[in-house]
Design a protein around this ligand. Structure first.
Ligand code: SIN
Length: 573
């Protein structure tokens, strides 16, 4: 493998507030794009690295929108109500300080988006058109292009980034896969990355991870193929604390397509049916046409997302069809709002369902829960700092505690924005070369160890699809201690060969992703095994304390092995 060290980036010209800081941003979703733009505006020397094209991100696929209480909210809505809704949906597990920041600073960063050219849909009076989504007590969801909010935001920010690149204020490296964080004296000082088939390195004062999530851990996901837990793996290998990994959100309404339909459609992309559709009045029915949600929760289809996904899974299990699907009935919206409403309000979903052979103005849409969003991630404080000096994280890869055990709908783009901006502020103000201090370090959670347990024979050869099948079967919407133990053993057997705790010594980008996914799966399962009771998106169908089950591996042994294997991989100086 060849290795080229790149020259340090040139200092920015003229006066600025950056103190000449060099920042590497990894990832091109909302957090990465917005942070790169703000940092370059402040005069920092910014490199934006992304493993695919700029538009390859979860952000691009976001439909419903972005929640915010603006200067002129819906009647009766307040920032305090947004805070209360977020805390409630999060199952009491949120960091209240982070939620306060998120909701009270939302309007500032919505204005920031508009400054970079993002245009939200307006109503007949020219005011922002506000949608309602599940578990929000008021309509407060801004959207763009009806149901193409993520694309609208990403396209505008990408244009701004390209303009910054043209004027020389942002350096862009596409199709550059970050493989490791460079560390020196306990501080992150740069990245190693694969580009044009070569391993290269680049140094900086700070690295901001904005790599998004990990939906590819599961066989059914709303996430695009790039969501492979890269940032989590990079940070963990560098010794950063991670938190809340047992909480992975499943979106209730991902359209179920037969393999033949997906093939004939020529489009394998997941087809999310936005929460906003239930916000407009769509209902869920089972194969008998029975509307089942009111029997499970007082808020029926507008209950929090974890509740709706769980009720679908429990209802299907009760019907003896645990791997089946239910139906979303959007015809009732068209009946109430008039013909043509669905096509106007949800043009993308109308087109995509139509391409898949479903006219949702007339037909029921088959749907089932699919992996959507990871509440857990790399632990950060309220300023995007991880526990490793020089390393920052924002967006889905981070765990600020803002999403608790279950994220409130449309709070994810907002988190990327608000905490992406705050991370840039701390990059610009933190002591660049000195030891890291943690002023105002609000919370610090124990790192989630990766289990290296007694392997059990039988998981077969490791492959990404086998991993995804295992995670869906044993670590999905409903989990038991036995399933988690079996998953942990299978993962350990694979890990003994793959060694995901170390950076793979290969140039094949897919092998890097596979190792990242395997490591993330181990961390998730370990965290899930440690939480014996149900909370939010982590639902233990058994509730039996795992420590009491026969054959459980002693936690102290796991911790010892974990610590040793992690240290052994920290050789990037
Ligand atoms: C959706 O439109 O339902 C997804 C938005 C979100 O994940 O918050």
């Amino acid at each position: 493998m060849t290795r080229e060290s790149e020259a340090r980036m040139a200092q920015p010209n003229g006066s600025d507030v950056s103190g000449g800081r060099r920042l590497i941003v990894v990832g091109s979703g909302i957090a990465g794009l917005y942070a790169a733009l703000l940092a370059s505006e402040a005069g920092a020397d910014v490199v934006l690295l992304t493993k695919g094209a700029l538009a390859d991100s979860n952000t691009y696929y976001a439909q419903g929108g972005i929640s915010a209480v603006l200067d002129e909210p819906a009647p009766g809505d307040t920032v305090a109500a947004h805070i209360a809704d977020t805390l409630k949906a999060g199952g009491g597990h949120c960091n209240p300080d982070a939620v306060q920041v998120l909701c009270s600073e939302a309007r500032r960063d919505i204005a920031g988006l508009e400054r970079f050219g993002v245009r939200f849909d307006v109503d007949d009076d020219g005011d922002p058109a506000l949608g309602l989504e599940a578990a929000h007590s008021a309509p407060r969801i801004l959207h763009a292009g009806g149901d193409a909010t993520g694309a609208g935001i990403a396209n505008a920010l990408i244009c701004a980034v390209l303009a910054a690149q043209a004027s020389g204020t942002i350096r862009l490296l596409g199709h550059a896969r970050t493989t490791a964080l460079i560390q020196s004296d306990g501080r992150v000082t740069g990245v190693e990355y694969l580009h044009d088939g070569q391993l290269k390195s680049m140094h900086a004062d700070a690295v901001l991870l904005a790599t998004g999530g990990a939906g590819q851990l599961f066989a059914q996901t709303t996430n695009p193929s790039v969501a492979t837990a890269d940032g989590l793996a990079l940070a963990w290998r560098a010794g950063a604390a991670v938190a809340d990994l047992e909480f992975f959100q499943f979106h209730p309404t991902c359209m179920v397509r037969t393999a033949e339909a997906a093939e004939s459609e020529g489009n394998q992309d997941p087809l999310l049916i936005s929460e906003a559709v239930r916000g407009e009045g769509a209902i869920l029915v089972d194969a008998r046409g029975h509307r089942f949600m009111p029997g499970y929760h007082a808020d029926a289809e507008l209950a929090p997302r974890d509740v709706v996904s769980r009720c679908i899974a429990l209802h299907l299990a009760a019907l003896g069809d645990p791997n089946g699907h239910v139906y979303l009935d959007a015809r009732v919206i068209e009946d109430a709002r008039g013909a043509g409403f669905l096509a106007r309000r949800f043009p993308t979903i109308t087109r995509r369902t139509g391409e898949a052979g479903v006219d949702w103005t007339k037909d029921l849409v088959p749907v089932a829960p699919a992996a959507h969003y990871w509440m857990g991630g790399v632990s950060t404080d309220l300023h995007g700092r991880t526990t490793v000096p020089g390393l920052y994280a924002a967006g889905e890869v981070a765990c600020t505690g803002v999403q608790g055990a279950n994220r409130l709908a449309s709070n994810s783009l907002l988190e990327g924005l608000v905490f992406g901006r705050r991370a840039v502020e701390s990059v610009l103000s933190d002591s660049p070369a000195g030891r890291f201090t943690k002023p105002g370090w609000e919370f610090d959670r124990t790192p989630g160890p990766g289990p290296r347990e007694t392997a059990f024979a039988g998981p077969g050869e490791f492959s990404r699809s086998a991993l995804r099948r295992l995670m869906t079967a044993k670590v999905g919407v409903l989990r038991t201690g036995t399933q988690l133990r079996e998953a942990g053993a299978a993962l350990a057997a694979w890990a003994a060969g793959v060694r995901p705790e170390s950076v793979p010594e290969v140039e094949d980008p897919r092998e890097h992703e596979d190792a990242n996914l395997l490591l993330a799966a181990q961390l998730l399962v370990h965290a899930a095994r440690g939480r014996h009771t149900s909370l939010g998106a982590h639902y233990r169908g058994d509730g039996v304390p795992e420590a009491h089950t026969a054959g459980a591996v002693a936690v102290e042994n796991i911790d010892t092995q974990y610590t040793m294997s992690r240290k052994a991989s920290l050789v990037h100086d």
